[in-house]
Design a protein around this ligand. Structure first.
Ligand SMILES: Cc1ncc(C[n+]2csc(CCOP(=O)(O)OP(=O)(O)O)c2C)c(N)n1
Ligand SMILES: [Mg+2]
Length: 524
C-alpha cells in the first residue's frame, strides 16, 4: 500500500529535510497520519511511557547535541502532559518542537464534547512557549515546521508548538518542504568590543561568569580566560564550558557565596550567556567592578545585574573578537586556585554523603560520559560541585524550572542523542518515582544506562525546609519501594548497595550491560 501524500507527510518530510532522525512521542487516535510517514522518512519514533518523559528526553537530546528535540503528541491530554517539559525547555533555553494533533477544523473551542477536547489547549501552550500555532492547511503545516527550525537559529533557543487539526493531517498535499534559512546571530559592535577588551586587559582582578549561552564557545572562552588569567565560574547550565579540571576553572559555583564574593571583588567581570537568575544565585547577587555582559538576547544584557558594557552577539564570535582586540594579558592565575578551594569548602558544608557518591560514579563514568540529575540533593548539593566534567553538554539537569522526574527520561534522551556515549542517571528516590516507568523505555531500547537512586526515604529537601520553618515533617516521609525488584519487573537489572566502592564497580558493570541497571543506594 502506498502512503497518501497528506498533511502528515507535509510534517514528516519537513522534519526529515531538517535532519530529524528521531522523535519522542506517543501515538493516539488523532496523530496517526503523522506516525504513518515515519518509516518512509527513516525517522525513528521512540515511545517513552508518558508525554512528560518524551518532552524531557527531547530536552536532553537538545542539551547534549545542540540539535532541536522533537516531540509528537496526540490532542488534549497528550499535549497537556507535555506542557511541564515544554516549560522546562523554555526556562532552560533549549530548542524543542512540540507537534500535536488538534480537533478538526471548525470544532475547536466549541465545547462539543469531542474526544480529547480541551477548552483552549493552544492558548494554554502559547502561555508557556515562544509561540504556539494552529495551522489550517497542509502547506501551512509544512511551513510552520520550517519556521520552527528558523526560530532555533540566530537567537536564544526556546521551544515552540504546532497544532495540526486532524482533518488537515488527512488533507492531500503536493508541496515540497522548504529548508529553513539560518538566521544570522547579532554581531557585537566592534567599538563596544574594543572598549570592553581595554577594560579587561587593564584589570588586575578579572573574572568570568559563563552560562548556558556559552556552551558552544568552549575554545574561545578558554583562550580568553587564559589570555587574561581570569578564573571562570559557571552556572549549572554552563557547567564544563571550561574544562572543570583546568586550573582557571572554579566549577559550576555561581550559587556559592565564595564565587559571588570573588565577583564583587573583581575589577572587571565578564558575564557570558546567563541571565544571573535567582535560580542560579540562590538569593545571592552578582555585582562586579566593571561589568561586561555578552548575550545573544538583548533582554538579558542588563537582567539582574546592570552592564557597564553590553555586547549583543553570539558568544563564540564575540569572545573571539574580544580576544583579538586584547592589547595585552594580565595575570589572575593564582586567584583561581584559592577560589576553587573556597568554593569546594563551602559546597562541602551541604554535601554530606553526596560528594562521595558523586566521586564514586565519576570514577566509573568515562570522561566523555553524560550524567543526568534531578531536583534532588544528590544533584544540586552533589553533582553540580563534585562531578567535574571536561566539556559542556555533559550534564543534564534543570536548575531553573527544577521539576522532579526529569533525570531518568533525560537519560533516555541523552543516550539516544549520543549513541555509544556512556550515560548515567543519578537521582533521589522522590525524583525517580515521578518517572520510574521510563526504566521500561531503557529496557526496550536495550540502553546500558546505570540508574542510581539515592534513597533517603522521601523528600529530604522539603523535610529540611519544613524543619527550618519549625514545621513538623508533613507529607515528606515516604515509603520507598523495593527499587531493585521494581527494576526486575521491568526487565532491568536491579541491585542494592550502601558502599561507594561497590557503587563504582556496579556503575562500571552497568555500562557494559546490554540494558539498564537500577542501583539502589541507601543513605538513611
Ligand atoms: C514537579 C515537582 N513537584 C514538587 C517539587 C518540590 N520539591 C523539590 S525537591 C523535592 C523533594 C525531592 O525528593 P528526592 O528526589 O528524593 O530528593 P531529596 O530532597 O530527598 O534529596 C520536592 C518535592 C518539585 N521540584 N517538582
Ligand atoms: Mg529523597
Amino acid at each position: 500500500m502506498t502512503n497518501p501524500r497528506n498533511g502528515g507527510a507535509a510534517v514528516v518530510e519537513t522534519l526529515a529535510a531538517h535532519g530529524v532522525d528521531t522523535i519522542f512521542g506517543i501515538p493516539g487516535t488523532h496523530n496517526l497520519e503523522i506516525y504513518r510517514h515515519f518509516p518512509a522518512a527513516r525517522i525513528r519514533a521512540v515511545t517513552p511511557r508518558h508525554e512528560q518523559g518524551a518532552g524531557y528526553a527531547a530536552e536532553a537530546l537538545a542539551r547534549v547535541t545542540g540539535r532541536p528535540g522533537v516531540v509528537v503528541t496526540t490532542s488534549g491530554p497528550g499535549l497537556t502532559n507535555v506542557m511541564t517539559a515544554a516549560s522546562t525547555a523554555y526556562a532552560e533555553s533549549q530548542p524543542m518542537l512540540v507537534l500535536s494533533s488538534g480537533l478538526p477544523t471548525g470544532a475547536d473551542g466549541r465545547d462539543l464534547g469531542q474526544l480529547h477536547e480541551a477548552k483552549n489547549p493552544l492558548g494554554a501552550m502559547d502561555q508557556l512557549v515562544r509561540w504556539s500555532r494552529r495551522v489550517r492547511t497542509a502547506d501551512e503545516a509544512a511551513e510552520a515546521v520550517t519556521e520552527a527550525f528558523e526560530s532555533f537559529s540566530g537567537g536564544r533557543p526556546r521551544p515552540v508548538h504546532i497544532e495540526i487539526p486532524f482533518d488537515v493531517l488527512e488533507q492531500q498535499w503536493s508541496g515540497r518542504p522548504r529548508v529553513a534559512t539560518k538566521a544570522v546571530a547579532p554581531q557585537a559592535d566592534p567599538e563596544a568590543v574594543r572598549r570592553a577588551a581595554e577594560v579587561l586587559s587593564a584589570a588586575r582582578r578579572p573574572m568570568i561568569i559563563a552560562g548556558g549561552g556559552a556552551v558552544d564557545a568552549q575554545a574561545e572562552l578558554t583562550s580568553l580566560a587564559e589570555a587574561l588569567g581570569a578564573p571562570v565560574v559557571t552556572t549549572v547550565n554552563g557547567k564544563g564550558v571550561v574544562d572543570e579540571a583546568h586550573p582557571l576553572s572554579a566549577g559550576a559555583s555561581i550559587r556559592l557565596r565564595a564565587a559571588q564574593k570573588a565577583a564583587a571583588d573583581s575589577d572587571a567581570l565578564l558575564v557570558v550567556g546567563t541571565e544571573l537568575g535567582d535560580s542560579d544565585l540562590w538569593e545571592g547577587q552578582i555585582r562586579g567592578g566593571t561589568v561586561i555582559r555578552c548575550d545573544i538576547d538583548a533582554a538579558q544584557l542588563n537582567k539582574n545585574c546592570p552592564a557597564d558594557h553590553a555586547l549583543l552577539g553570539d558568544a563564540a564570535t564575540t569572545l573571539a573578537a574580544l580576544l583579538a582586540a586584547l592589547p595585552g594579558g594580565s595575570g589572575g592565575v593564582e586567584r583561581a586556585a584559592p577560589l576553587r578551594a573556597a568554593c569546594l569548602r563551602e559546597a562541602a558544608k551541604d554535601a554530606g554523603p553526596y560528594a562521595e557518591i558523586n566521586a564514586a560514579v565519576r570514577a566509573a563514568l568515562p570522561d566523555d560520559g553524560v550524567l543526568t540529575g534531578d531536583s534532588s540533593q544528590v544533584t544540586y548539593f552533589g553533582s553540580v560541585h563534585f562531578f567535574d566534567v571536561p566539556a559542556p553538554r555533559r550534564f543534564c539537569y534543570s536548575p531553573g524550572f527544577a521539576t522532579l522526574g526529569y533525570g531518568l527520561p533525560a537519560g533516555v534522551g541523552a543516550a539516544i542523542g549520543l549513541p555509544g556515549t556512556p550515560v548515567a542517571v543519578l537521582v533521589g528516590d522522590g525524583a525517580l518515582m515521578f518517572s520510574v516507568q521510563e526504566l521500561m523505555t531503557l529496557t526496550e531500547l536495550r540502553l546500558p544506562v546505570p540508574v542510581i537512586v539515592v534513597n533517603n526515604g522521601g523528600y529530604q529537601e522539603i523535610r529540611d525546609q519544613e524543619a527550618a520553618r519549625g514545621i513538623p515533617p508533613i507529607g515528606v516521609e515516604l515509603r520507598t519501594p523495593d527499587f531493585a525488584a521494581l527494576a526486575g519487573a521491568m526487565g532491568a537489572r536491579g541491585v542494592r548497595t550502601t558502599s561507594t566502592t561497590e557503587l563504582t564497580e556496579l556503575v562500571g558493570g552497568a555500562l557494559r550491560a546490554d540494558g539498564p541497571t537500577l542501583i539502589h543506594f541507601d543513605i538513611r
